[in-house]
Design a binder for this molecule. Structure first.
Ligand code: ZN
Length: 230
């Protein structure tokens, strides 16, 4: 019976290592998807900056056109004789100037915006670099941990096989059936006259038998093998 308990210790440890190994790819994928999200934020920040820079160039282009228009009006004024025509051109020049002034305001606003977006994009990139470094370190840790787990598993499995060979084959078969079905511990400790797994009250006869270890005793409720120290 003690051998069966030792076997169970071994099986629980093997199961724990396997669970941790299986969890590693999931945690790795989680970190990588967080990194992808940060890459998307960097791309978004770069795009916003490019938009602002395009607005600046557009405003500059329109300002240059407006200045050219103003020069054309001034040249026309030189050739004009009538006062009315001169005044009409003068008011068109005033309109162009006010348009230039509005465009310059737009350009300044876009420049401020671009400065802000440039800083934001740099911050997102710095964050990405920090995250990438963290992920690389964690992935290296995961790989190392995975190797450690894998290395630990082989001797444990050899140990398990040796222990299993020492258990009565019939007991072993029943133990393995219960362990496979119940997932986890097949042997439950008797605690204060109850089954340590399902906590149901055992009959006094069961509690006594569970201490004798000369035959397998099962919990009537959960079917676990009952064990009480002699
Ligand atoms: Zn039980």
């Amino acid at each position: 019976m003690e051998r069966l308990l030792e076997l169970q210790e071994c099986d629980l440890e093997i199961a724990r290592l396997r669970r941790e190994m299986e969890d590693i790819p999931r945690r790795k994928a989680q970190m990588e998807s967080a990194l992808d999200a940060q890459k998307a934020r960097v791309a978004e920040a770069d795009r916003a900056l490019l938009d602002a820079q395009a607005r600046i160039r557009r405003a500059e282009g329109e300002i240059a056109e407006a200045h050219a228009q103003e020069r054309k009006y001034r040249e026309q004024q030189l050739q004009i004789k009538s006062n009315d025509e001169y005044r009409a051109l003068e008011s068109q020049i005033a309109a162009v100037k006010s348009r230039v002034s509005a465009l310059e305001d737009d350009e300044l606003a876009a420049m401020d915006e671009a400065d802000r977006l440039k800083a934001a994009a740099a911050e997102q990139k710095a964050e990405l670099a920090r995250q990438a470094e963290r992920v690389a370190a964690d992935v290296a840790d995961f790989l190392a941990r995975s190797k450690t787990l894998g290395d630990g598993l082989a001797p444990l499995e050899a140990d398990r096989a040796a222990r299993a060979a020492e258990v009565d084959p019939d007991w072993l078969a029943r133990y393995e059936r219960i362990a496979a079905k119940g997932g986890g511990a097949a042997v439950a400790l008797v605690e204060h006259g109850t089954c340590g797994h399902c906590h149901m009250k055992l009959s006094p006869a069961q509690a006594v038998q569970a201490r004798r270890h000369d035959q397998l005793v099962f919990c009537d409720f959960c079917g676990r093998i009952l064990y009480a120290p002699a």
